[in-house]
Design a protein around this ligand. Structure first.
Ligand code: NAD
Length: 233
């Protein structure tokens, strides 16, 4: 039977495409306060600043391409049943050709109604106008899970992690909850966990862990080779 690989990614997988991680010294949070741009309270208090922040993120995405890390993940689909669970709001896994992707924290290219998710619209990388509304007249907001908001896709993502024969974790500091707790949902302690991240990570798990301390664009193709070789064993 085809083995199931779940790949859990964070900002680090897109760093090699020129999108800074949030916690790096040139990262976004060095210039912005989370509470000003990435919370429901900020949206209620100063809609223009929040919408503008995400307009800038979309402009920044223009011309950004998937790197060898995204591509190696997509190519694993030739050998394995692969599902990606990403914390990223960019669309670089899609651009690389991955076909099953769960966006835990939403998508930069989409807007939704202020009060829910009945209406979601794709705007690509264009700016959102301040007065844009859904067909029912309600104002639209970025389709992003803000800090302090529930993560609607979490349970589904936990189920997907639970179905993994192999779990790969790429470019996430495992610092943002509840997303970081997803690794605890592996089926049992025999499921191997592979980590690709240049930094030392604090991962609490009884499972066999292999840490490839490389950038995603280097480490992910290496890991893909290791996994393909194991298929032949
Ligand atoms: P993080 O910034 O907390 O951690 C990034 C991790 O990536 C760190 O462990 C770091 O060592 C590692 N890293 C840095 N450069 C790397 C590289 N070249 N290759 C591989 N790994 C590298 O990011 P996070 O854990 O994803 O959590 C922060 C939150 O910020 C998430 O919710 C995410 O949605 C959001 N975010 C998204 C984007 C995006 O959509 N591209 C960018 C920044 C932040």
């Amino acid at each position: 039977m085809t083995k199931k690989i779940v790949v859990f990614t964070g900002a680090g997988v897109s760093a090699d495409s020129g999108i800074p991680t949030y916690r790096s010294s040139d990262g976004l949070w060095a210039n912005y306060k989370i509470e000003d741009v990435c919370t429901p309270e900020a949206l209620a208090r100063d809609r223009a600043t929040v919408i503008n922040f995400y307009n800038m993120r979309r402009r920044e995405m223009a011309g950004k391409l998937p790197n060898a890390g995204h591509k190696a993940i997509a190519e694993l689909e030739q050998y394995f049943d692969v599902e990606v669970v990403t914390q990223n709001i960019d669309n670089l896994h899609e651009a690389a050709g991955s076909t099953k992707i769960i966006h835990l924290h939403g998508e930069l290219t989409k807007l939704r109604e202020d009060s829910g998710e009945r209406y979601i619209t794709d705007i690509g990388l264009r700016d959102q106008r301040l007065d844009e509304t859904a067909p029912n007249g309600e104002l639209l907001r970025p389709h992003i899970v803000f800090f302090g908001e529930a993560v609607p896709m979490f349970e589904h993502a936990a189920m997907v992690v639970n179905s993994a024969d192999i779990l790969i974790v790429v470019g996430t500091s495992l610092a943002v909850y509840p997303a970081a707790s997803l690794v605890q949902y592996v089926r049992d302690s025999s499921v191997p966990i592979y980590i690709v991240d240049p930094a030392e990570l604090n991962i609490r798990s009884r499972n066999p862990i292999t840490h490839i301390r490389e950038r995603a664009a280097v480490g992910m193709p290496q890991l893909a080779e290791i996994l393909k070789r194991k298929l032949g064993d």
